[in-house]
Design a binder for this molecule. Sequence first.
Ligand SMILES: [Zn+2]
Length: 112
Amino acid sequence: MHEMSLAEGILDITKNYAEQNGAKKVTKIALLIGDMAGVETDSLEFCLGVVKKGTVAENAEVVIKHVPLVGRCTMCGKERPIEKYNFICPDCGGVLDTVSGREMRVDYLEME
Ligand SMILES: [Zn+2]
């Protein structure tokens, strides 16, 4: 399933980073997840809990920060939050280009 491969990818990044920095353990994994990234955060947290067992990140706290969906109008250039998946600019009828809200990445890691 999607969230499981995501969790494995996140753990790989975390393990590599910990290795490069000679960390003994990872205490926090902070993630940025866009509201439109298509990620079930509950499920992702669960999967991370499974894959980090027995690794340097075993006791790491997982913090998920949601990134709201924001678009920029291709006609008038205004940035605005996108609500209810409405990608039409209410001012001019132009199409909104997604600026943020689709990301799915590691924000920062804390380790000792
Ligand atoms: Zn517009």
